[in-house]
Design a binder for this molecule. Sequence first.
Ligand SMILES: [Fe+2]
Ligand SMILES: [Fe+2]
Length: 243
Amino acid sequence: MRSQPREYTTAPRGAILISYGKTIYRSGKYENNPLTKNKKTPRKKTRDARQEGDKEGKEIITLMALPSREQAQTLLEKHVKDEYQRCHARMVALAMEGYAKLFNEDADLWYITGLLHDIDFEEHPDAHPAPSLKWFAEWGYPQDLIHAVEAHAHGYNGFVTLPETRLAAALLACDEISGIFYAYQKINPIPYNQMKVSSLKKRLNEKSFAAKINRDTIYLGCEKLGVDIDAHLTNLISFFSIL
Ligand SMILES: [Fe+2]
Ligand SMILES: [Fe+2]
């Protein structure tokens, strides 16, 4: 069970509050946060802050470490060489960014969560996403991102965590269905923004089409996100229009 943010403070948005060894993440914008400027290694700083907090018995404000989009892209390219997997990461990132804007959420957090959600798949297909969850924790990434990546594997490689946040629900809803769009474009090479909801839905309901794509998780994600499948397809057609 992941830990939920338990309280909010007057800390600037994007800060992590370390309170007697417990980490509370405050979601929000990370760029332009004065606390995150000039940071070196977040992991070390977190450890230092904990030590200082223990010693002085005080609450310490420390840093979180969402990478920039450019840093996330570099990381992706380091671990993912396959062209399809890179394309899939980009599609899911764009879908997540689209939903973040629709819901007035943090577009960078949502985009990067989408971009990195399969970062360990190529190197560790049988354990995915367990290795990446460990990496993200070591790198000090936000708990919201870690939970979303864990929950996108619901029903896969032994993972049973259900999405508990809107970010996690969106990732579940956008992940597998991106594969339907990709496969559909292979048989009907038109731009994504010229695709029709009815045609995509027909393929979605056709089990033999892109048979490896798990439809159940798509519908579960839509349910948790509160978006029906027609609206979801309409939104994705729009979000993928720049591809
Ligand atoms: Fe995955
Ligand atoms: Fe994926």
